[in-house]
Design a protein around this ligand. Structure first.
Ligand code: NI
Length: 493
């Protein structure tokens, strides 16, 4: 199953899939994208647009981010957490967890980038007090091989507490009519292989694991990458849904076209998804550096990647209480869900850097793909705060000439680190504290991840000790003297 589509060149998919991850806009998930230089690309044909829900309308919405930064198996998982839907959360975690396990088992690491990589991201495709729909999309690459990118859409019924597959949107016996309509719609898509489509449709219900709606109220029927077509992206077709929907399906349609918030509630906390040893892991203005002179003072810059999440607020409390500033390299998909946290960061004097839209290895992308990852994230931050980031931290620290060129063209410096406590791997606050303090030095750029509670919990003691040791804790622009050179890669001050 993993390799069912055969060994394929990965590069075009990487870009095509990226377009699918723009959760809050109605962008076409199969939007044609530029192909990496030197490869021949089958551009994805125009596809049905997906009705997506802006997660900001969901009270108590949070994102759950997990990652394995071990270069043998890079894993980045971004899943929504919806209050009062723990069965949904469990189901998503179980299914994604199986995917992660299989990926880790079946990939052999290499010592050079690009490393094997699994990305999991999700969109909300319908929300109401009655139900919620989540579309999950995976992208798996190793060497120059693309594994099967999978997509599925799970619905959750708040009334019964039941997780419901996409097929439950269909009225009893509606599959036959749906098969006909999908067959008709497919004739307009030259990328679809009629034989493979028929193979899928022969399974009737099983074929329809990813059902949602288009903004104009048609049923959106999606197939995983390369299952029915030559396209490098998942394939979606839109069909008239007359007489196809169950009552649950009608409610889902309402939730997709006129989304409203489910009831609010406490966000549950879950144990880590990646646990075992192998799996372990507008107007533009820029922020001015403060009055710190790091030629005189013993400066050190704390940096936090991959958030924000709800818990980031606790870390901001720690920093605020001690009057120190840090640099947050945010992921666009998380930033979009937490504009209030971004605003607070800026108000309290922190610097927001760019950690891409959805955390891919940028070394896999061509210039257009790299630019899209950066620009969309800059826009999200600018929309929330009025401040456009000028610092880029490439995910996994993986960079190269193309990334440098794009960063230069966007006027952004690249910032990696020289102190890494491996906080993502050992989720022990005391260990994080010991490693940071043990490696701290004048001019250091310290990497940590605010998505981990154990990391956030470590920082009160870390900051207190650093201050006691005479450090001045500064932002990265302050550490670098206020004007880092665009395109240049920094590891310390
Ligand atoms: Ni990261």
């Amino acid at each position: 199953m993993l390799m069912r589509a055969g060994r394929r060149r990965s590069a075009p998919l990487v870009l095509a899939a990226t377009a699918a991850l723009v959760a809050a806009c109605a962008a076409d998930p199969g939007e044609p994208t530029a192909s990496p230089s030197g490869s021949t690309s089958t551009a994805a044909p125009p596809q049905a647009p997906l009705a997506r829900v802006n997660p900001l309308i969901v009270d108590g919405f949070d994102v759950r981010v997990e990652e394995n930064l071990d270069r043998q198996h890079l894993v980045y998982v971004h899943l929504p957490v919806i209050p009062n839907a723990s069965a949904l959360t469990d189901e998503l975690r179980q299914r994604v967890g199986e995917r992660v396990e299989r990926f880790v088992t079946e990939t052999d690491g290499s010592d050079e980038a690009p490393y094997p990589e699994l990305q999991v991201t999700a969109d909300l495709v319908g929300t109401s007090p009655a139900l919620v729909g989540v579309r999950v999309h995976t992208r798996e690459t190793a060497d120059d091989t693309t594994f099967d990118g999978m997509t599925w859409t799970t619905w959750y019924d708040f009334g019964t507490g039941a997780v419901r597959p996409s097929q439950d949107l269909l009225a009893e016996g509606a599959e036959t009519a749906l098969v006909e309509r999908v067959r008709d719609a497919a004739t307009a898509d030259p990328s679809i292989d009629p034989e493979r489509l028929e193979e899928q449709l022969a399974g009737e219900r099983e074929a329809f694991g990813s059902l949602a709606f288009t903004p104009d109220g048609r049923l959106w029927v999606e197939f995983s990458r390369a299952v029915v077509s030559t396209s490098e992206a998942p394939t979606a077709l839109a069909v008239d849904d007359t007489d196809l929907l169950s009552p649950f399906g009608e409610a889902a349609k309402e939730a997709a076209l006129s989304p409203t918030s489910p009831a609010s509630g406490a966000t549950p906390t879950d144990p880590p998804l990646i646990t075992d040893a192998t799996g372990a892991p507008g107007a533009v203005r820029t922020q001015e550096p403060g009055d710190v002179d790091c030629a005189e003072e013993k400066c050190l810059a704390l940096t936090f990647d991959d958030g924000p999440v709800d818990g980031t607020g606790d870390l901001l409390d720690v920093l605020e209480e001690r009057g120190v500033h840090a640099t947050f390299f945010v992921v666009g998909t998380n930033a979009r869900a937490h504009p209030d946290i971004l605003q607070r960061m800026v108000e309290e004097g922190h610097v927001i850097g760019n950690h891409t839209l959805d955390h891919p290895q940028l070394t896999r992308l061509d210039a257009a793909g790299v630019e899209r990852e950066i620009v969309q994230t800059n826009q999200i931050v600018a929309d929330a705060t009025g401040v456009t980031p000028t610092l880029l931290r490439p995910p996994y620290g993986a960079t190269g000439p193309t990334v440098a060129d794009v960063a230069t063209s966007l006027g952004m410096a690249q910032v990696n680190w020289d102190v890494d406590p491996l906080d993502w791997q050992d989720r022990v606050s005391e260990t994080v504290r010991e490693r940071v303090l043990g490696a701290a030095h004048r001019g250091a750029i310290v990497l940590s991840h605010d998505i981990h509670e154990t990391t956030r919990d470590a920082y009160a003691a870390i900051v207190d000790q650093l201050l006691a040791d005479g450090y001045t804790l500064v932002t990265v622009p302050e550490l670098l003297g206020g004007s880092p050179t665009p395109g240049q890669l920094y590891f310390n001050g």
